[in-house]
Write a protein that binds this ligand. Structure first.
Ligand code: AMP
Length: 299
């Protein structure tokens, strides 16, 4: 694996494989790699001739200075894990190379960025994400880019960005990798104390409780959410939100009459955690459309 630091270096490294028609896969990350990231890398490795992983803790998508400062960083460990998982090029730029003096452009996606994480972290969060993703796509020009369903709203927003701006990249959304107790792997999990780590597992139990309510036939979103909220209360967690939203629009649903996305966000000790599950519901009188985020759940 080669580590490249500058835009010029990454472009030079990819010029030859691109000329030769070899497919290029990009896995954007902020480092502190875990099995979730590695699952994206392995998927890219299995589908692309050249695998690029970016490692950049993007300051513009952090809405709290403390969160940015506390974000775990260990490039040496990340490089070893990335190499072992099959990355060819690790692109680890310095902030000044990504945002040189005079940088003045923001790429913003409307509507899908407004609810949920947009409402709780503020406009700047997704503007930071869509701007840096646009830059990474322009720098690397990948054929395919891999994102995790763990950050479902981000993945849906990136799909919208790519469609709206006619970017020549295919977006693949990969399933959430979880701990044995259901907790979604996240770089922020290392910030949790042992007690908070135990409480954090209730986020996934919350989604499952909602899922079970829907499976039992509940179609009213408030009633379906009630057992989920009870899980959170039992773990002494006050959620930022627990919502059932339409996969296409991310708007809360009035009634559950097709597949919906259950999303939860909460602060657990020092870490703000998010999770989601697609809840599948056969539409009355017909087969439910496939709503894998990776296939048909496109906005
Ligand atoms: P991050 O480094 O947190 O920005 O994440 C980089 C990519 O890894 C994003 O596309 C995330 O959605 C994805 N990712 C993070 N956690 C997981 C997980 N537990 N399972 C699958 N993908 C994940």
């Amino acid at each position: 694996m080669n580590t490249v630091r500058t835009v010029a270096e990454v472009r030079a490294a990819l010029a030859e494989p691109r000329r030769a028609g070899r497919s290029i896969g990009l896995v954007p990350t902020m480092g502190a790699l875990h099995e979730g990231h590695l699952s994206l890398i392995r998927r890219a490795r299995s589908e692309c001739a050249v695998v690029v992983m970016s490692l950049f803790v993007n300051p513009t998508q952090f809405n709290e200075a403390g969160d940015l400062a506390a974000y775990p960083r260990d490039e040496h460990r990340d490089a070893q894990l990335a190499a072992a998982a099959g990355v060819d090029y690790l692109f680890a730029p310095a902030p000044d190379d990504v945002y040189p003096p005079g940088f003045a452009t923001t790429v913003a996606v409307a509507h899908l960025t407004e609810p949920l994480e947009g409402a709780h972290r503020g406009r700047a969060h997704f503007d930071g994400v869509t701007t840096v993703v646009t830059k990474l796509f322009n720098i690397v020009s990948p054929d395919v880019a891999y994102f995790g369903q763990k950050d479902a709203q981000q993945a849906i927003v990136v799909r919208r960005l790519v469609a709206d701006l006619n970017m020549a990249v295919r977006i693949e959304i990969c399933p959430t990798v979880r701990e044995a107790d259901g907790l979604a792997l996240s770089s922020r999990n290392v910030l949790l104390s042992a007690a908070d780590r135990t409480r954090a597992a209730s986020l996934h139990r919350t989604l499952q409780a909602v899922q079970h309510a829907v499976a039992r036939g509940e179609r009213d979103p408030s009633a379906a959410k009630a057992p989920g909220l009870a899980e959170l209360t039992a773990a002494d967690i006050e959620p930022d939100y627990l919502e059932l939203v339409a996969i296409e629009t991310l708007a809360p649903v009035d009634r559950i009459d097709g597949d919906v996305l259950a999303v939860v966000a909460a602060r657990v000790g020092p870490a703000r955690l998010i999770d989601n599950e697609i809840i599948r519901v056969a539409r009355p009188g017909g087969a439910a459309p496939g709503t894998e985020l990776s296939e048909n759940g496109r906005p």
